[in-house]
Write a protein that binds this ligand. Structure first.
Ligand code: CMC
Length: 391
């Protein structure tokens, strides 16, 4: 079978070519379809960025209106799908709940799952963009025992999601435009990041010609892990731990440097960025703005001290460890009223258009083959079977 390259974690292995997102890790550059993330964060919005990632160009006014209308038409869930939520325990983590619900979507639309049928792929795309926020809001409502709210399609995607999450029936829910704007920005910043663990998962599952819902459901589970999307919750737990321990940042940093088992500086380090994560720069400003508006947070002070301490410490300098996108997001999500274990769901909402864009690029790429890595076998050489009485 010839020569096999050994590259655990795919540190040097390109698994695909892609025209969606460009990252220069040394220079701290991130671009979606050629547009710098800073410009998109400043001028665009999440729906427009979703369109850009999936279709390759910024939409015209008509295209954007059409896209928005299509999404609005599909925000409702089938009433039977809502009953799935009854089966989960009340304290169920919302990530597996979301993944299961997305997986279940493939049972509701069985006649439109052919991955090579363009109109059906288009329909699945719109259904996912429209229904995942509804599913995510219901996962939250389930956890606090409140009734589900039907979507209100006169609202924008983010506003609708906020209302379904925090609103109550028969009570007007006032949307704070600053909160909606902050969440929209966070979704833009999370919308794609080339071949990260969850996106690679979506592509790998999809390479077996599994449908879009099945592939995205797998991606959500890859995002669940604390080294990937779960890091945003883990950062907040880390900050709370430091606070409970008397706020001694130096002591915590020592534990990280001593490589105590399970102790990492969460929200620091990145496989690709070895300079600065450009998303973290944008987020830090937003964290300051939103927290000063919604009530400053003692944890923000701990985070700032932690960042300063780490950035001037040789351990982190030598290893090129800088704050990543998730270092400050948890603080913002908390200020917006989301519980800690829900943070990763917000990451999933943001990453959804990126996953869809990659799945579609993969399925239409003539170079795509089923993903099937090789291995270096390290087990026993051939040996003879011994009957159970002789073992
Ligand atoms: N705290 C302490 N040490 C670290 C950290 C950290 N956060 N990250 C890396 N290191 C050390 C690591 O121990 C190793 O040291 P040594 O060379 O002495 O063995 C060196 O830096 C290289 O680390 P690595 O684990 O080989 O790097 P990687 O590219 O495989 O891992 C990472 C990247 C993001 C998984 C890792 O930096 C990490 O675990 N960070 C904390 C979790 C986190 O914030 N994840 C979110 C990433 S951004 C959003 C996303 O992708 O979801």
């Amino acid at each position: 079978t010839g020569y096999i390259t050994y590259d655990p974690g795919f540190v040097n292995t390109g698994s695909t070519s892609s025209a969606i997102t460009y990252i220069d890790g040394d220079a701290g550059i991130l671009r979606y379809r050629g547009y710098p993330i800073e410009q998109l964060a400043q001028n665009s919005n999440f729906i427009e960025v979703s369109y850009l990632l999936i279709y390759g160009e910024l939409p015209t006014k008509d295209q954007l209106e059409d896209f928005t209308q299509k999404i609005n038409r599909h925000t409702l869930l089938h009433e039977d799908l809502k009953r799935f939520f009854d089966g989960f325990p009340r304290d169920a983590h919302p990530m597996p709940v979301l993944s299961s619900a997305v997986s279940a979507l493939s049972t509701f639309y069985q006649d439109s799952l052919n991955p090579f049928d363009e109109p059906n792929v288009e329909l699945s795309t719109v259904r996912l963009l429209a229904k995942v926020p509804t599913l995510a809001a219901y996962a939250y409502k389930k956890s606090i025992g409140q009734p589900f709210l039907y979507p209100d399609n006169s609202l924008g995607l983010v506003e609708n999601f906020l209302r379904m999450t925090f609103g109550l029936p028969a009570e007007p829910y006032e949307i704070d435009p600053d909160v909606a704007k902050a969440l929209d920005l966070l979704f833009i910043l999370h919308a794609d990041h080339e071949q990260n663990c969850s996106t690679s998962t979506v592509r790998l599952v999809g390479s077996s010609e599994a449908n879009l819902f099945a592939s995205i459901s797998a991606g959500i589970m890859a995002l669940f892990g604390p080294l990937h999307g779960g890091a945003n919750s883990a950062v907040l737990e880390m900050l709370q731990g430091i606070k409970a321990d008397g706020g001694d940042v130096a002591k915590f940093v020592e534990r990280v440097k001593n490589k105590e088992k399970g102790v990492r500086l969460m929200g620091f380090g990145h496989r690709v960025y070895k300079n600065y994560d450009p998303r973290a720069k944008i987020i830090k400003k937003t964290a300051d703005q939103i927290l000063s508006k919604l009530g400053n947070d003692e944890l923000l002070d701990i985070a700032k001290t932690l960042e300063e301490t780490a950035l001037s410490d040789d351990y982190f300098i030598e290893r090129k460890l800088y704050p990543n996108v998730d270092f400050y997001t948890g603080l913002i999500y908390r200020a917006l009223g989301f519980p800690t274990q829900y943070f990763t769901v917000l990451f999933a909402l943001g990453r959804l258009p990126g996953w869809i864009a990659h799945w579609r690029e993969m399925i239409t790429d003539p170079q795509t083959k089923i993903g099937r890595p090789r291995q270096i076998y390290t087990g026993e050489k051939e040996r003879d079977y011994t009957p159970i009485t002789e073992r």
